[in-house]
Write a protein that binds this ligand. Structure first.
Ligand SMILES: CC(C)(COP(=O)(O)OP(=O)(O)OC[C@H]1O[C@@H](n2cnc3c(N)ncnc32)[C@H](O)[C@@H]1OP(=O)(O)O)[C@@H](O)C(=O)NCCC(=O)NCCS
Length: 184
């Protein structure tokens, strides 16, 4: 990147404590921060499919493939940053073939900064950006136990369209995985 080229920013806004959140595309230089971020979710046993910490190499492969997909218009990714630190990450992946008008969403915000509107801002950004690349629907799946995520998705307009019974193992228990959709 030449010194006079500005990095793309999707959105900037202030949260309740006055700090500025920047939503922007990820870059390879975010690798270290993204690894810390994903492993913090694993450590807190967040309601996400991943339950084992990732190595730097695994995260690097994931990030490389994400950036290459984004270049080809097959995904949109957003990182949320406060004071240079990554505090949120989300992606929409385009389907292939007869599903190429459908994007699948995943999202996470660091624990200390939840319920401050950052997730909402990221999903609203995806809705605008997804329309821009010709997607017609957004799909996602969420654990039935994930009350805050289910509330957030419903508030934005996603509706439950089905569920995979007992698809998720949490310790000795099983919970349903709920499928949600939003027509753009
Ligand atoms: C899901 C997640 C991304 C939401 O991000 P966020 O920044 O906290 O989202 P927001 O602050 O914009 O919105 C959260 C909404 O949930 C609501 N909420 C949170 N806990 C709730 C509860 N127990 N009952 C009802 N509503 C609840 C909040 O009130 C808020 O809605 P509001 O705008 O009316 O206040 C975040 O909780 C997260 O990263 N969780 C861990 C990873 C994860 O679960 N990812 C999703 C996998 S499907």
């Amino acid at each position: 990147m030449k010194w006079f080229q500005r990095e793309k920013v999707y959105r900037e806004f202030l949260i309740g404590d006055g700090r500025k959140v920047i939503l922007r595309p990820p870059k390879m230089g975010d690798l270290k921060d993204l690894l810390v971020f994903i492993n913090s979710l694993v450590d807190e046993k967040a309601d996400i499919p991943l339950d084992v910490r990732l190595t730097r190499q695994e995260e690097a492969e994931w990030l490389r493939s994400l950036l290459s997909e984004a270049k080809k218009g097959c995904s949109i990714s957003i990182v949320a940053e406060i004071d240079g630190e990554i505090i949120g990450n989300a992606s929409v992946h385009r389907g292939i073939g007869r599903r190429s008008h459908v994007g699948t969403l995943d999202i996470a915000v660091t624990k200390a900064l939840r319920n401050m509107g950052i997730g909402t801002a990221m999903i609203k950004t995806f809705i605008e950006e997804s329309r821009g690349i010709g997607l017609r629907s957004l799909h996602l799946s969420v654990f039935d136990s994930n009350i805050s995520a289910k509330c957030l998705y419903s508030k934005i307009g996603f509706r439950e369209v089905g569920r995979w019974p007992r698809a998720i193992r949490k310790g000795e228990c099983y919970v349903d995985e709920i499928c949600m959709a939003l027509e753009l």
